[in-house]
Design a protein around this ligand. Structure first.
Ligand code: MIC
Ligand code: SF4
Length: 643
């Protein structure tokens, strides 16, 4: 039987497990890691707790791109901490201003055929050059930096076959939105999505990276393109031709699902509030007035995207009602825009230039006006994520965003006339001074770790008892995101290394009274619906509930990274055997689960609702390793006990 691209990379990196049994646990050797600053402080505190002197990966990079607003000492302190840890332990440090982790990693460090995990859910961006790149919790990244394997359940293989060619005004972002419309935000769970077909030849690397980036919104383990002539040309233009290797699937590779998209029939699309899969044609939205437009984020901030935007804005002025922000994805993109004059065209149109960082995408400034309509080229439009609780966020392509900024209404870019052609350079401007190399082995011991007062202890779980009795302190619905569980934004993000402070905001989007209630009861069980924990990889969505005494989460189903984070934190994730039983439970019920240890034998438990006198069967398939982690009270305890 032939192999898919992902199976080939897995085959060359598998350390244990059976890659031909989807769903079973496999261990992978990890070649590269990345962290960003919002998850990085925690990941490096965990790395330090493991007591390893030097990273064992081929390349590990610590990026500063999320918490770049410094309205107090907190973020600056955390950055200094990450810089010092990186220097001491053999990690490259990408300074603030150097760019968004995924954009910079694609440009400068990603390698086809290698494995990468990152403490950020959009790590699959590097799948655009044929890398097996996955988002993970900070603790999993810390373990990988220490040379340990990364465990996943062997994914199913899906293939999307592209035919034809995009028409002018239709963009890679529209392909991402189309596949979200077809598969939904849970359609990729448990799968790796390979992109192929004749149509991919028409897509450049940055366009491919837009698509692999937004595979995160499908819940997919990762997404991947072949490494072909287009990849080689891109790497050569980045001065990295030597890392190119060709990679494609075998003609007789077998897929669990195949989807076909005809590029030539695609239209500009938009994801409407408040979910990336709430997709419709842009032309259906033309009566909606726009207050704000934000162009950038790891999805759409490449030089190509920015040049397209500059070409649309050139010589024109944005509508008086619109506030337009532009965040070029990296120092390289920003410098090249400046060099060719496109930056002037953008500024002249009335746009506000933000630094090369995540910015508005994570609510770091640029929150829309109350009830405001904001068009964003980003990847997530979850409720409240923009920082304005009633903001109406639409996700669109850079072309749609720029056209709408000019007209003041949601505008199909094909209606504003032909977009002037752009010219991509043969060689990118290469200047790696934004990344600092770590100290060498001789210097490293003398490097001092700098910790500010914002850095508090990491909560550590306790060994799992055999009986759990706790009230149901919170019942939530389907598709709860980690942004619901642990919101971000400029007011809260500076406290990512301060779990006690963060805990006041836990589940704030769903129920502001939860933290107090959970603290008062000491122990609690949370109940959720389908795809619980989708979205961001932030392990804070497990660590903060742990701090507040959450012992178990019972849901209809879980998103991959969040389930792993719960287990790593020592919180028991269990699913309903019959989804309808969800309706029988109410907030405030007294619950108990007995015989937890014996339940691990057959993967079955009984949840007793003492208030109602009913019994509900629960199930979950834990691997031997996951059982041991839970029994030890989380991955940190487990790793220590292994030493
Ligand atoms: C996001 O897009 O939600 C983030 C912020 O990049 C997160 C990571 C985090 O919460 O720090 C992600 O995607 O994993
Ligand atoms: Fe940053 Fe937004 Fe990308 Fe997350 S999705 S890494 S916040 S740009």
């Amino acid at each position: 039987m032939g192999l898919t691209i992902a199976q080939k990379i897995i085959q060359s990196h598998i350390l244990s497990g059976d890659m031909f049994t989807p769903g079973s646990e496999i261990a992978l050797k990890i070649d590269q890691t990345l962290t960003q600053d919002a998850t990085g402080t925690m990941a490096y505190l965990e790395f330090e707790a493991m007591g390893i002197e030097r990273v064992k990966t081929e390349k590990s990079v610590a990026y500063i791109d999320h918490n770049t607003l410094q309205s107090g000492f907190e973020n600056a302190d955390d950055h200094r901490y990450i810089q010092s840890v990186a220097k001491k332990h053999g990690i490259f440090f990408s300074r603030p201003g150097n760019g968004i982790c995924h954009q910079v990693h694609l440009e400068r460090y990603g390698i086809p055929g290698k494995t990468l995990i990152g403490s950020d859910s959009h790590t699959p961006t590097c799948g655009g050059i044929g890398m097996l790149a996955m988002g993970a919790g900070g603790l999993d990244v810390a373990v990988a930096m220490g040379g340990g394997p990364y465990y996943i359940n062997m994914p199913k293989m899906y293939k999307v076959i592209l035919k034809g060619k995009l028409r002018d005004g239709v963009a890679a972002k529209d392909i991402s939105l189309e596949i979200l419309r077809i598969l939904s935000v849970k359609g990729g769970v448990g799968a790796i999505i390979e992109w192929g077909g004749e149509g991919i030849k028409t897509l450049s690397v940055p366009e491919r990276a837009t698509i692999t980036n937004m595979g995160a919104e499908l819940g997919a383990t990762t997404s991947i393109f072949p490494s072909d002539e287009t990849t080689r040309e891109y790497l050569e233009a980045q001065g990295r031709a030597e890392v190119f290797v060709p990679l494609e699937s075998d003609p007789d590779a077998v897929y669990d699902k195949i989807v076909e998209i005809d590029l030539s029939s695609l239209e500009p699309l938009a994801a409407c509030p408040h979910s990336p899969d709430n997709v419709t044609e842009v032309k259906n939205l033309s009566s909606i007035k726009v207050d704000q437009v934000c162009i950038g984020s790891c999805t759409n901030s490449s030089l190509r995207d920015m040049l397209r935007v500059a070409a649309i804005l050139k010589g024109k002025t944005i509508a008086p009602s619109v506030s337009l922000s532009i965040s070029p994805g990296s120092k390289q993109v920003l410098m090249m825009l400046a060099d060719c004059g496109a930056l002037s065209d953008i500024i002249a149109s009335g746009a506000r230039i933000l630094e090369s960082a995540c910015g508005p995408c994570i609510g770091m400034g640029f929150s829309p006006n109350s009830g405001g309509v904001s068009l964003r080229t980003f990847n997530r439009n979850f409720e409240g994520r923009s920082g304005t609780a009633d903001g109406q966020i639409y996700l669109v392509s850079p072309e749609t965003a720029a056209a709408s900024a000019l007209s003041g209404y949601i505008t199909d870019p094909r209606t504003i006339g032909e977009i002037p052609p752009i010219e991509m350079p043969e060689r990118f401007r290469i200047d790696d001074r934004g990344t600092l190399a770590p100290a060498d082995l001789a210097e490293a011991p003398a490097v001092e770790i700098l910790k500010g007062p914002n850095i508090k202890e990491i909560p550590v779980g306790e060994a799992l008892g055999d009986t759990l009795m706790a009230p149901l302190t919170l019942k939530v619905g389907d598709n709860i995101t980690t942004d619901h569980i642990m919101p971000a934004g400029s007011k809260i993000l500076p406290y990512r290394s301060n779990v006690p402070y963060l805990s006041q905001y836990c589940f704030g989007v769903c129920d502001k009274t939860f933290p107090e209630r959970a603290k008062a009861t000491g122990k609690s069980i949370v109940v959720g619906g389908i795809n619980y924990g989708q979205g961001s990889s932030r392990e804070h969505a497990a660590l903060v509930p742990l701090y507040l005494g959450v012992k178990a989460v019972v849901a209809k189903s879980f998103a991959r990274i969040h389930a792993a984070n719960l287990i790593n934190a020592g919180i028991l994730p269990l699913t309903f055997e019959n989804s309808d039983d969800y309706d029988r439970l109410d907030q405030g019920d007294s619950l108990s689960i007995r015989g937890i240890h014996a339940g691990f034998e057959n993967g079955k438990w009984i949840l007793s609702d003492e208030t109602k006198g009913i019994e509900i069967p629960l199930v979950f398939t834990f691997t031997q390793r996951q059982k041991e982690i839970l029994l030890a009270g989380g991955l940190l305890n487990y790793t220590k006990s292994e030493e």
